[in-house]
Design a protein around this ligand. Structure first.
Ligand code: ADP
Length: 372
């Protein structure tokens, strides 16, 4: 295989392009904006919105197979064009709507928070405040996810978005959030990366940690969720699965992304095969690579926009890069408050005492430089 088409041209496609180059594979991307970061690394670009099906038909003529960095696509439209998609469209179908995704998981017997459709500004039977209300489609980075604490907030939300189809679910008082990156290759082999912890603030991912304190039982449960899911979907590709781990020992599935995921960025430096390389391998029909850690541990910190500006934040990036074993990735986007502009992965020596404390301290050090 020589050329892979990618729908989307943001940082995920950009990191895919670097991985593809190492495997001597070219990427052709479909993205609307010539300033999108992946455009510079792509062999060719089809400039069009990600849900422009006629543009994807053109993309299909320029590559052997098409994959996704973005799931805000027109699935029905894609089904009508002559192209090979990996993961296949059938694997994406139950996942793109958060309600059908929850139904799919429940039918598969995987544990999920209690959920229902929100049809009016009343709680459905069986729910108590606080609850979480989510737009069924096109939510990302917490956009479209609302923690609702009382009736007046629910009414206000309903009045503000009268036409948005919503899902409602129980508020899970989790102990921590975990993430599983799972990959399945063309021959059906499944690999699961080391289980990670993610930390969100205001529903946006801020930090990701490798873990040294998860029980074997929880690790096994997370791994099983990842493999059951990717096998049941008959998927080929890389999936990011977000989980809630509760104090009483339950692991619930929060969300599945049918693509590479922010929680897996640290695999670039911390694992033998990055999630991006793994996706290229899976889609190109190559054998999958080892997901094993090649270092003691790692922490990844997202560099979120803290102002609307044209600045490239070079000085701060240089200061963060000067932290020992830090690897800064900069997406070259214009800064807007809350936007993911880049990330830093810091590798950590776990042989020292208090590995987790060290990881937290390094994350804080990077964030202090970034946000001060
Ligand atoms: P998005 O698709 O925008 O990433 P998510 O559904 O993953 O939205 O939610 C973002 C974050 O909001 C989660 O990582 C978690 O911190 C919080 N969250 C989401 N659902 C729940 C829930 N049912 N209970 C408690 N917190 C939640």
């Amino acid at each position: 295989m020589k050329r892979i088409g990618v729908i989307g041209g943001g940082q995920l496609a950009w990191m895919m392009a670097s991985a593809a180059k190492e495997l001597e594979i070219e990427l052709v991307i479909q993205t609307p904006d010539s300033t999108d970061v992946a455009v510079g690394l792509a062999a060719e670009t089809v400039f069009a919105a990600v849900d422009d099906v006629s543009a994807t038909a053109i993309l299909a003529t320029k590559c052997d197979v098409i994959t996704f960095e973005n799931e805000f696509v027109d699935l029905d439209g894609l089904g009508k064009i002559d192209a090979v998609f990996l993961p296949p469209l059938t694997a994406l179908a139950p996942l793109l709507d958060k309600y059908t995704q929850r139904c799919y998981l429940r039918e598969l017997g995987l544990p999920v928070p209690n959920f229902d459709l929100l049809a009016q500004s009343e709680l459905p039977p069986g729910f108590d405040f606080p609850v979480v209300v989510k737009a069924r489609r096109n939510g990302y980075d917490g956009q479209g996810t609302f923690i609702i604490r009382d009736k007046s907030a629910l009414v206000a939300l309903y009045n503000r978005y009268p036409d948005t189809p919503f899902l409602i679910e129980e508020f899970v008082d989790f102990d921590r959030e975990l993430a599983v990156i799972a990959a399945r290759g063309a021959s059906g082999e499944v690999i699961i990366y080391p289980i990670l912890e993610t930390q969100q603030e205001d529903q946006v991912c801020r930090r990701v940690f490798t873990l040294d304190d998860l029980s074997d039982e929880i690790i096994e449960r997370c791994r099983l969720i990842g493999s059951e899911l990717i096998i049941s979907l008959n998927a080929i590709g890389v999936f990011g699965i977000e989980l809630f781990a509760t104090c009483d020992g339950r692991v619930l599935v929060n969300e599945i992304a049918p693509r590479t995921h922010n929680s897996g960025h640290l695999t670039i430096e911390a694992c033998a095969t990055s999630q991006f390389s793994q996706l290229i391998r899976a889609v190109a029909g190559l054998p999958l690579g080892s997901p094993a850690l090649t270092c003691g541990g790692a922490v990844m910190v997202n560099l979120l926009g803290y102002e609307d500006s044209q600045s490239d934040c070079l000085e701060k990036r240089q200061q963060i890069a000067a932290i020992s074993n830090a690897h800064v990735h900069w997406y070259g986007k214009q800064s807007r408050i809350g936007r993911k502009l880049g990330h830093v992965t810091i590798l950590i020596d776990t042989s020292t005492e208090n590995y987790r404390q060290q990881a937290e301290d390094l994350a804080r050090q990077a964030e202090t430089i970034w946000y001060r």
